[in-house]
Ligand binder design. Sequence first.
Ligand SMILES: [Zn+2]
Length: 128
Amino acid sequence: MQTIEEALAKLQTSKFRSSFTLKEKDKAYVREKGMDTIRRHAQDFVRQRLAPAVIPNDGRQTPMHGHPVFLAQHACACCCRGCLNKWYRVPKGMELSARQQEKIVNLLMAWIARQMQEDGKPRPPAAG
Ligand SMILES: [Zn+2]
């Protein structure tokens, strides 16, 4: 079983996944709402958009911007069941358990927390 640290380290090795970052506007939103509220949003998105066994628009259900959690989902490969299957071997066609949903939310929130900590620090140059 992979830890959150291991999952985040692996995601960092993907150019595509590591290209997602929180913009200043997203960070301002997180600060304004607070992490508890953002976690509730993450729980709602995961339950409504990822957890069902059948998702008619799977692969297109997560916008590329508009909410910090959407960015976290792309950065963490938790954007659709296809990516969950590829990265975490989560079977498709089965409803996600409460435990699976919680693990996804924990990963998303860990990613957001890291992004929030990067405030004020110089960013490494973007690869590619
Ligand atoms: Zn995806």
